[in-house]
Design a binder for this molecule. Structure first.
Ligand code: MN3
Length: 215
């Protein structure tokens, strides 16, 4: 996965149909090849006119968007966010397989009074996103927390380490689940990549930092 301009749409780490029957092939095609591609194209289009920003990583752009030239602050936030969030979402999934209860899974059980309790509260969180956005499991100083973000906003990467996320924009589920976001959330639980989630959780303490010398 490349993190610098020009950004390219790296292939999914599994087949488009690999998440069936939970997330359908057509949705994955449209979601990766069209929706994510559009954010990548838009971000490259913006940065084309700002060569001084082309050496900045995706994370740096997101952490420092308020220091960017005024006219591109919101477009960079939206489009770099769209790239980051979609990559994070897609890479956090895997074909359905038997659940291995790893350390992260057990930590969730402990911090949320059981896995069923966690699923319930995560689903409520995902349902609470008004309109389009994401629900996240993040860690902060060893504590797991649930967050939501609107549109293509990214959680504050300086404070939180994202562990996994669900895209609850309608384009992520409408073809299969219609308006039933809750059913999509339940299906999504079957395709979480627990090893990836655990690796992200463990990387937590090497969190990104805002750079004072951005300009
Ligand atoms: Mn999406």
């Amino acid at each position: 996965m490349n993190s610098y301009y020009p950004f390219v749409n790296t292939p999914l780490p599994y087949g488009y149909d690999a998440l069936e029957p939970y997330i359908d092939e057509k949705t994955m095609h449209l979601h990766h090849d069209r929706h994510l591609q559009t954010y990548i194209d838009n971000l490259n289009g913006i940065l084309k006119a700002y060569p001084e920003l082309q050496s900045r990583s995706l994370e740096e752009l997101l952490l420092n968007w308020e220091k960017l030239p005024g006219e591109i602050q919101v477009p960079v936030r939206n489009n770099a966010g769209g790239v980051y969030n979609h990559r994070f979402y897609f890479e956090g999934l895997q074909p359905p397989k038997e659940l291995v209860k790893n350390q992260l899974y057990r930590e969730i059980e402990e911090q949320f009074q059981g896995f069923d309790g966690f699923q319930k509260i995560f689903k409520q969180t995902a349902l609470s996103v008004f309109g389009s956005g994401y629900a996240w499991l993040v860690s902060q100083n060893g504590m797991l927390r649930l967050l939501t973000s609107a549109n293509q906003n990214v959680p504050d990467l300086e404070c939180f380490t994202p562990v996994f996320t669900i895209d609850v924009w309608e384009h992520a589920y409408y073809l299969k689940h219609y308006n039933l976001r809750g059913d999509y959330v339940e299906d999504w639980f079957a395709v979480i990549n627990w090893e990836m989630a655990q690796a992200r959780w463990k990387m937590g303490e090497s969190a990104a930092t805002r750079s004072d010398g951005f300009f």
